[in-house]
Design a protein around this ligand. Structure first.
Ligand SMILES: NC(=O)c1ccc[n+]([C@@H]2O[C@H](COP(=O)([O-])OP(=O)(O)OC[C@H]3O[C@@H](n4cnc5c(N)ncnc54)[C@H](OP(=O)(O)O)[C@@H]3O)[C@@H](O)[C@H]2O)c1
Length: 222
């Protein structure tokens, strides 16, 4: 896939000093108000926001914009077996402004797909394997006119993008806690790379400090 065939991907997250994006019990109260405003500002600049299924199950986010006027964007959920609760906020909250796309696999029965379509959710299937085929999915989303995506986690979906070297830009907020915990989700989960030389490398393009928070912007080294 050529870089121009896929949407521009911005990975965005708030994490603790030790790189966790949630506590072992799923507490994600990491950002402060100022940080949320900046995240919402970033949301105004993209065509879509994407999260993994577990983030929907854990947080039931609206993935909306509170602080700015804007014309909306797609909300995209990556969910191989179509288990996103039908009453979750991404399905019930302001579909007219934030149309929702759920990306699933070709293994899902058509009756189940129809149930979501009846709620005006667009279903895209990608691949027949256990998990959604991300490369094929990005081609389809690009063909639909989605040129930029804010990837808002969690750690397992982030890994699928990092593994395939699909992340163009990273916006990180480092918050002043160390939470620890082997079972607390990190910014990037998955198998990981064995050697630094095989991992995608980024160029630090901006650093901003505010109280005890640090905001970092990285761009992919080409
Ligand atoms: N602090 C922050 O900025 C922030 C942001 C977002 C999330 N979070 C936290 O992160 C936690 C969730 O993270 P998580 O890592 O458990 O889950 P996740 O990344 O939100 O979702 C992962 C799930 O997505 C599905 N998926 C489908 N195709 C996939 C593919 N190709 N690659 C990867 N996943 C695929 C998989 O389930 P199926 O294959 O079964 O569908 C997988 O288990 C929550 O606690 C949430 O609160 C924090």
């Amino acid at each position: 896939m050529k870089a121009t065939d896929k949407p521009y991907i911005i990975l965005s997250a708030a994490m603790t000093i030790d790189g966790k994006i949630a506590s072992k019990e799923g507490d994600t109260d990491i950002s402060d108000d100022k940080d949320w405003r900046e995240v919402h500002k970033l949301r105004t600049k993209v065509d879509a926001i994407m999260v993994g299924k577990n983030t929907i199950l854990a947080d039931n986010p609206k993935l909306h914009i509170k602080f700015y006027s804007h014309s909306g964007y797609y909300r995209i959920v990556v969910d191989s077996n179509l288990v996103t609760p039908i009453d979750s906020n991404v399905i019930t909250y302001q579909l007219d402004l934030y149309p929702t796309i759920i990306c699933t696999t070709e293994n899902v029965p058509i009756d189940k797909i129809r149930e979501y379509e009846a709620k005006n959710v667009k279903i895209i299937t990608s691949g027949r394997k256990e998990h959604v085929d991300i490369n094929a999915l990005l081609l389809k989303l690009h063909q639909m006119g989605i040129k930029s995506i804010l990837l808002e986690g969690g750690g397992n979906l982030n890994w699928s993008f990092i593994k395939e070297n699909l992340v163009d830009e990273i916006r990180l907020t480092i918050a002043p806690w160390i939470i620890g915990g082997q079972n607390a989700i990190s910014l990037v989960e998955g198998d990981g790379f064995s050697q630094m030389k095989n991992a995608p490398r980024y160029h630090l393009s901006k650093v901003k400090t505010r109280n005890n928070y640090v905001k970092l912007k990285f761009l992919k080294l080409t």
